[in-house]
Design a binder for this molecule. Structure first.
Ligand code: APR
Length: 233
């Protein structure tokens, strides 16, 4: 009896994945970077200048996250695990893929519901509730910071992500403007034989890739359409 191994479906997600859960994206109209100066709230310099402001920004994000739930798109990716070996590489710091039930998730830009020691990056903790405040310390006595990757910082998970992407049979991009590197560069690791799908209601500028199949929809509806299309791959 021949055993057909499941195909590897690798999905790169961004803020648009969680938009239908009510979380704002960054660069759309009304996006977070319209209202907040990214270098003040999401960079090492900003942290140095005003820790309280940075903590407040992420506390607000965390509070909203606790009030929301995964959407149809997140659940659709879980359903795809019945037919594919699904790996999710997400730029999102929310935990909606986890809460939907996906089994293989790599967070490129960290996790909102975790904190990290400013002295020892190995010390990572779960945050109870939504508040991380000045004076919250790691076990070595140093201030805790949000466990997120800020602008100007390295992305430690990028090598593992590149490895996952280079094993893809099918690659899917959902809800990211592909503006931020090194995440956006992951597309260059997709094997030449793998089709690339893009689910986004707006045009995403991905230059030089002729294999792209665009599903110009929101994540929820787009993942449903994707399911129909890739069953025949
Ligand atoms: N469904 C799918 N896509 C959507 C939806 C939706 N309902 N609504 C908006 N989008 C799309 C937008 O058209 C856009 O292409 O989601 C994308 C969001 O892009 P960005 O706001 O740039 O978010 P993202 O690409 O995830 O940002 C990358 O930048 O500042 C950071 O660290 C942060 O991880 C983030 C990184």
């Amino acid at each position: 009896m021949k055993f057909d191994a499941m195909k590897k479906l690798v999905v790169l997600t961004g803020a648009g994945m969680s938009a239908e859960s009510g979380l704002r994206t960054f660069r759309d109209m009304g996006g977070l970077w319209e209202e907040h100066d990214v270098y003040e709230v999401a960079s090492p310099g900003g942290w140095h200048r005003d820790r309280a402001l940075v903590l407040r920004f992420y506390n607000e994000r965390r509070k909203q996250l606790l009030e929301t739930t995964p959407n149809k798109g997140h659940f659709g990716l879980v359903e795809l695990e019945r037919e594919f070996e699904v790996s999710i590489v997400t730029q999102n710091v929310d935990d909606l893929h986890e809460r939907a039930g996906s089994s293989c998730i790599l967070h490129l830009h960290g996790e909102l519901r975790k904190s990290r020691s400013t002295e020892d990056p190995e010390l990572v903790y779960d945050i109870e509730g939504w508040k991380l405040e000045e004076g919250d310390l790691c076990e070595k006595g140093s201030q805790l910071r949000p466990h997120v990757v800020w602008f100007g910082e390295a992305v430690p998970a990028i090598e593992e992500a590149a490895k996952i992407v280079s094993a893809a049979d099918i690659f899917v991009i959902i809800g990211t403007s592909m503006n931020v590197y090194p995440a956006a560069g992951l597309i260059n690791y997709v094997p030449p034989t793998a089709p690339i799908y893009v689910i986004d209601p707006n045009e995403v500028a991905i230059a030089g890739h002729s294999r792209i199949r665009v599903i110009r929809k929101n994540a929820g509806e787009g993942v449903q359409l994707l399911m129909e299309e890739i069953r025949n791959e």
